[in-house]
Design a protein. Structure first.
Length: 105
């Protein structure tokens, strides 16, 4: 995907501070936070939404990534949110998981 902002971040074409990274995902702060801590867990491989995401291949890794980054940052209480489709509030059409917490990092 040539004009996808998250693909450009994944490829290093747009500079971003990764709070966490592994082989399949990276984590950044949301630019428009909706909580004291608002992180985005983003797959390096493009999927428009959860409907296209390869859960067989990456599902366990996604959960492990969320567990690892929250542990690393000392976030014990949080919620996760995935918006799928425009009507559900998805604004960037590259799957991403929101981690929201009142814990300040």
């Amino acid at each position: 995907m040539t004009d996808c902002i998250f693909c450009k971040i994944a490829k290093g074409e747009i500079k971003s501070d990764f709070l966490y990274e592994n082989d399949n995902f990276f984590v950044i702060k949301d630019l428009n936070p909706k909580a004291n801590t608002h992180l985005l867990v983003i797959p390096k491989e493009h999927s428009n939404s959860l409907n296209e995401f390869d859960g067989e291949k990456y599902g366990k890794c996604l959960i492990k990534t969320i567990q690892d980054v929250t542990k690393k940052l000392g976030i014990k209480s949080y919620k996760i949110q995935i918006n799928t489709g425009k009507e559900a509030g998805q604004e960037v059409f590259h799957l991403h998981v929101h981690i929201l917490s009142n814990t300040k990092i």
